[in-house]
Design a protein around this ligand. Structure first.
Ligand code: SF4
Ligand code: SF4
Length: 388
């Protein structure tokens, strides 16, 4: 993508640029709130005038330090996130004034207890069902967060500020959806690994409007490239939809292997991908609309989690996916157990080949994964009447 797409080059350098921009903003008195999850109601942080930053660990580097405290069998995402905090090697954690946490999976909940010893932390009690009673409760949790932000930062979150934040965040979601929708074209004009780089790096942007403008520019450039027939793939390249746990740069092993072995990751259903683009819908009560949007997140910590099955079925059709890979981090029981239902649902509806992969952030199983992914791509090629 480099050299043919100016916007991509800019986005690829965003992480470093934004670490500096964050320090400048801090020096000017802006507050920073670190988040760990798609359930974090970012609108409230923005309405408080603070900068939201994602602190989800996607690198194996800090894991050995984390394992001195946490069990080795824990999910690598949790170990990586905690390792960054423990070693103080993530500028975004370092500059955070407040950590925002939610009760999702057990491992994360217990990690938050440890993080609370390092920095001020606000824990939201997330209901694990998606009904009206849960929504009433979740609205109260959002109100509790408003109080915490107002008291911690000495600000007032007015209805006008909240409405402005909803507009901004919905605009961000619109731009991210438009970018990902370009990959509905066959062949996709950008590789999955490059798309992941973009989705990962833009998560560190301090200025959301600047990031939206950049993403829109990239979408336009990719559309033009596609119109000219430019693509890293052919129209026979097997298209993979990746679902399951969150992935990012540093934990991109499976995405890289799929594309090295001749596939194209054309859709990310996971948290940094399509799960993120669901907007706040208009309603009479803005706070309730925000609460509804977040309670709808189809994460495996919800029970039941039928929203994920519906979303997957829709995405398989829309992205014309030839196969689905369900990625599970070792130690993630909820995604691991849910894989059975996901496979069965996809077999009963869209009938695409399905592969579950359970792995971690290390390279120790790379050779074994190569064999499994290669065989999977061959199955797809055979089904489509030819080799990939
Ligand atoms: S998978 Fe679930 S718990 Fe993990 S970041 Fe996404 S929404 Fe949060
Ligand atoms: S991947 Fe699973 S175990 Fe890891 S933080 Fe997310 S939900 Fe928890």
């Amino acid at each position: 993508m480099r050299d043919v797409c100016a916007a991509f080059d800019e986005i690829a350098g965003l992480r470093e640029k934004n670490a500096i921009a964050l320090k400048v903003a801090k020096d000017r008195g802006r507050k920073v709130v670190g988040t760990y999850c798609l359930f974090s109601p970012v609108e409230l942080i923005v309405a408080a005038g603070a900068i939201p930053v994602s602190l989800c660990g996607t690198s194996a580097t800090p894991i050995p330090a984390a394992e001195k405290v946490l069990p080795r069998s824990l999910c690598p995402l949790i170990k990586s996130s905690y390792g960054f905090a423990l070693t103080d090697t993530c500028p975004f954690f370092h500059f955070s004034d407040l950590l925002l946490a939610e009760t999702t999976c057990d491992g994360k909940k217990k990690m938050y207890e440890l993080l609370a010893q390092m920095k001020p932390l606000h824990l939201m009690q997330l209901p694990q069902v998606q009904d009206e009673a849960a929504l009433d409760y979740w609205v109260l949790e959002l109100k509790r967060l408003i109080t915490r932000l107002e008291e911690s930062f000495g600000v007032r979150i007015t209805p006008e500020k909240l409405a402005g934040a909803v507009l901004l965040l919905n605009e961000e979601r619109r731009s991210l959806k438009a970018l990902q929708d370009v990959l509905k074209r066959r062949p996709a004009p950008i590789s999955g690994i490059d798309l992941l780089t973009v989705l990962h790096n833009r998560g560190f942007t301090v200025d959301k409007r600047e990031a939206i403008e950049l993403i829109d520019r990239l979408t336009t450039e990719l559309t033009e490239l596609s119109d000219q027939g430019v693509s890293p793939f052919s129209d026979r390249t097997p298209r993979i939809l990746l679902t399951g746990v969150p992935v990012g740069i540093g934990s991109e092993k499976v995405v890289r292997l799929v594309e090295e072995l001749g596939g194209s990751v054309a859709c990310f259903e996971s948290c940094g991908g399509y799960k993120k683009v669901d907007p706040v819908l208009p309603g009479n009560d803005l706070l309730r609309s925000i609460a509804e949007k977040y309670l709808r997140v189809p994460c495996s910590c919800m029970s039941p989690n039928t929203g994920r099955l519906q979303l997957l079925e829709k995405l398989v059709r829309e992205f014309d996916a030839d196969g689905v890979i369900d990625l599970t981090w070792q130690g993630c029981h909820t995604y691991n157990v849910e894989s059975f239902s996901v496979k069965r649902h996809l077999q009963e509806t869209v009938q695409v080949p399905f592969l579950q992969i359970e792995t971690d952030y290390s390279e120790s199983d790379t050779e074994q994964l190569k064999v499994r992914i290669e065989a999977f791509l061959e199955v797809i090629g055979t089904r489509r009447g030819g080799r990939p």
